[in-house]
Design a binder for this molecule. Structure first.
Ligand code: HEC
Ligand code: HEC
Length: 240
């Protein structure tokens, strides 16, 4: 009998717990946020990145909610940029640089973004390097006057990209990415789309050349060395 009573009591206790759960007004327990999950990735992006890297015509910097970006860019490259920043406008998010994320969180974040927006691509698949490559500036001058000048000459409809003040703010990598990915929603062609006198777009070498030529208009000082850097091992002009 004792046994029965105690079983009955514990049944009551269970009922009470289950019953309480169904009572109106009881706050639901928050679902635990799993680092790397789609929900965590999206909210991390919305909180930290969306204002600058949104999609379509929104956002000052190139869109990351964009399958074309993830097709070209590799995880290693994106992790490096988020951890260390890029040029003068893109901040560093690594905790040891004063940012809000650990290196594990950054790696999980990049993996999560690729899962959400990468359409199954693992990067390095766009037919062109995602990181800036040094080129031949004098050849780049020809590329600029044929392919770009109609939109980008000083006073052009799309704005000057050789203005020294603009070049103090955007890195060579930023120029590279603007040309490689374009901004369809703004009327800016990607590197392999038709441009004046280049009906099939540019070659990777022509992209490298035109970036090197544009970069020559940047006023140089030690303060903006970081926007002017091109990794040495990426120098294609050496092989020409
Ligand atoms: C059909 C016109 C057109 C052509 C051709 C074109 N662009 Fe653009 N480009 C644009 C537009 C439009 C934008 C977006 C401007 C804006 O931010 O509103 C843009 C943006 C850019 C940017 C980024 C500027 C920024 O706001 O950060 C760079 C750099 C750039 N183009 C370089 C080039 C280069 C180099 C070429 C030639 C290889 C080229 N573009 C060819 C129209 C063009
Ligand atoms: C204040 C605006 C701003 C915020 C916030 C910001 N970025 Fe950026 N980001 C930029 C700018 C501007 C550039 C280009 C800088 C340059 O090349 O000179 C850039 C560059 C990048 C690039 C390199 C793109 C390429 O391949 O050239 C990546 C990747 C990137 N940001 C990711 C992020 C992520 C992820 C976050 C959020 C954790 C973030 N950014 C937050 C402005 C921002």
């Amino acid at each position: 009998m004792r046994l029965h009573i105690s079983r009955f009591l514990s049944c009551l206790a269970i009922l009470a717990v289950v019953g309480c759960d169904r009572m109106p007004g009881k706050p639901k327990e928050a679902t635990p946020v799993v680092i790397g999950s789609p929900a965590w990735t999206q909210s991390t992006f919305n909180t930290n990145c969306r204002g600058c890297h949104s999609q379509g015509a929104e956002g000052a910097a190139i869109p990351l909610i964009d399958a074309g970006y993830w097709k070209v860019a590799t995880d290693a490259q994106v992790i490096q940029v988020i951890a260390q920043g890029q040029g003068v406008l893109m901040p560093s998010y690594l905790d040891s640089n004063g940012g809000p994320m650990s290196s594990d969180q950054i790696a999980a974040f990049v993996k999560g973004m690729r899962t959400l927006w990468g359409a199954g691509s693992s990067g390095g698949q766009g037919g062109i390097s995602g990181t800036v490559v040094a080129g031949n500036a004098s050849a780049g001058s020809q590329v600029f006057s044929s392919a770009c000048a109609s939109c980008h000459a000083a006073g052009g409809s799309a704005g000057s990209v050789t203005d020294p003040m603009y070049l103090k703010l955007i890195s060579n990598q930023g120029l590279w990415s603007a040309i490689v990915y374009g901004r369809a929603a703004l009327g800016s062609p990607a590197w392999n789309q038709p441009m004046p006198q280049h009906p099939n777009g540019l070659t990777p070498t022509e992209v490298a050349d035109v970036v090197s030529w544009i970069a020559q208009s940047r006023p140089m000082s030690s303060a903006n060395a970081q926007v002017n850097s091109i990794p040495k091992d990426k120098n294609v002009s050496d092989s020409k």
